[in-house]
Design a protein around this ligand. Structure first.
Ligand code: CTP
Ligand code: MG
Length: 225
C-alpha cells in the first residue's frame, strides 16, 4: 500500500508567513503530524508532495521522522492545483504499489482508525473508499444569483475527508482524464466506478483557517489529558 500526502498548497486562507504544511501546531509542523499519522497505518511507500522550494527541507524533516522504519519515502514538487499535486505524487509511486491512499497534510490529526476503515473497505473489493461524516446543516444548491435550485435530503449527505483510498490503476485512469476536482473520489466517480463512504472522524478536520488551527490545538490538548 502506498500513500500520497499532498502538502503543496500555499495556505492562502490560513494566512501564515509560510505554506500551510510548514506551519507549527503544538511544536511540530502540520506535515510532521500528518506523516506520523500516515506511518502508523503501515504503508510500504509514502510520497510527500510539497512546494518546489521546500523539497530539500521536507526531505530532511521526513528522514528524521521515518528513521529506520520499513516505509520508503520520497518527496516530490507539486503543481498549481491539488489535482496536479496528486498526479505528481502518483507518478512517483513504484510500479509495485497496487492500492493508493491520497491524504491531505492539512488533515494532520486523522487517527489511524480512519486509515484502517478505508483499507478494510478496499480489502473487501471496493475500487474506492473515502471517509465521511453526516452533515449537521441543511445544504442548499444555488444558482449564480443565489436562488435555491435544490435541497438534497440531509440524511443522504456526507462531508468527506481524507485519506481517500483507491485501486491504483483506477485512480491513475481517473487522473489521466485530465479533469480537476476538489477530491479524488469525484474523478473516479466520473469514470463510473463505485466509491463507498466509510465512517470519518471529527479529528480528520481540514485545517483551513486560523480558527481551525486553534481547534486542532484544543483537540491535541484534550487527547493528552
Ligand atoms: N494542495 C496541494 N497542491 C496544491 C493545492 C493544495 O498539494 N496546488 C494540498 C494542500 O497542501 C492541502 C490539501 O491539498 O494539504 C487541501 O488543500 P487546501 O486545504 O485547500 O490547502 P491550500 O490550498 O494550501 O489552502 P488555501 O486553499 O487556503 O490556499
Ligand atoms: Mg486550496
Amino acid at each position: 500500500m502506498g500513500v500520497v500526502v499532498v502538502a503543496a498548497g500555499s495556505g492562502t486562507r490560513l494566512g501564515a508567513d509560510r505554506p500551510k504544511a510548514f506551519v507549527e501546531l503544538a511544536g511540530a509542523t502540520l506535515l510532521h503530524h500528518a506523516v506520523r499519522g500516515v506511518l502508523a497505518s503501515g504503508p510500504d511507500e509514502v510520497v510527500v508532495v510539497v512546494p518546489e522550494v521546500r523539497v530539500a527541507e521536507a526531505q530532511s524533516a521526513i528522514r528524521s521522522l521515518v528513521g529506520s522504519g520499513p516505509a520508503t519515502t520520497t518527496v516530490v514538487p507539486g503543481g498549481a492545483e491539488r489535482t496536479d499535486s496528486v498526479a505528481a505524487g502518483l507518478a512517483a509511486l513504484s510500479p509495485a504499489v497496487d492500492v493508493v491512499l491520497v491524504h491531505d497534510a492539512a488533515r494532520c490529526l486523522t487517527p489511524v482508525e480512519v486509515f484502517e476503515r478505508v483499507l478494510a473497505a478496499l480489502a473487501l473489493g471496493a475500487k474506492g473508499a473515502i471517509p465521511g461524516l453526516p452533515v449537521v446543516d441543511t445544504i442548499k444548491v444555488v444558482d449564480a444569483g443565489g436562488m435555491i435550485t435544490d435541497t438534497p435530503r440531509r440524511s443522504s449527505l456526507r462531508a468527506v475527508q481524507t485519506p481517500q483510498g483507491f485501486d491504483r490503476e483506477v485512480l491513475a485512469a481517473a487522473h489521466a482524464s485530465g479533469s480537476t476536482a476538489t477530491d479524488d473520489a469525484a474523478l473516479v466517480e466520473a469514470l463510473g466506478h463505485g466509491v463507498v463512504v466509510v465512517e470519518g472522524d471529527e479529528r480528520a478536520l481540514k485545517i483551513t483557517t486560523p480558527e481551525d488551527l486553534a481547534r486542532a490545538e484544543r483537540l491535541l490538548g484534550s487527547t493528552r489529558d
